[in-house]
Design a protein. Structure first.
Length: 158
């Protein structure tokens, strides 16, 4: 893939990719931007390995998802959830907290459920494509979607 082709693919996917990362980061747009930048850098450095350019979007989403997971694993938590819940946020989400309730509910979902829900409902990926991105089975993705919907329903409609 040439530099120009890579830039063209990035321009074609960056809005959807950023929207996915902001939702995955539960509204933390600064973190989402950092993960996007790191993901694009990783993709650019290894763009020679992609053989089918039609799968660029799924490929970059996979890189972004992996980068997000690696970031979460490396975070050091110094307080428990109950204490942290009462600390006011130091970042602002997009659109003046318009989706704060949704981001809060998504933040409470387990990682695989949140990712499956976001990829399926926000980005329109098929179950098969999500299974490839998450490196899991299609049955596992169906289970994550079912549980994720039930958890969101409970969290958003108390």
């Amino acid at each position: 893939m040439t530099r120009e082709q890579f830039i063209s693919h990035v321009e074609g996917t960056q809005k959807a990719f950023r929207r996915f990362l902001v939702a995955l980061c539960c509204g933390d747009s600064a973190l989402a931007d950092d993960i996007a930048q790191e993901s694009y850098l990783k993709a650019y450095l290894s763009c020679d390995i992609i053989k089918n350019e039609d799968k660029f979007k799924a490929w970059i989403f996979r890189i972004g998802y992996t980068t997000f997971i690696n970031h979460k694993r490396s975070e050091k938590v110094f307080t428990d959830y109950d204490e942290a819940r009462d600390i006011p946020s130091t970042y602002s989400s997009d659109s003046s907290f318009r989706y704060q309730a949704l981001y809060s509910a998504l933040n409470r979902l387990p990682g695989k459920e949140r990712t499956s829900v976001l990829l399926f409902y926000m980005e329109g990926y098929s179950i098969k494509e999500i299974a490839e991105i998450e490196e899991s089975s299609q049955d596992a993705v169906k289970q994550h979607l079912s549980r994720g919907r039930n958890h969101l329903r409970t969290l958003l409609n108390p």
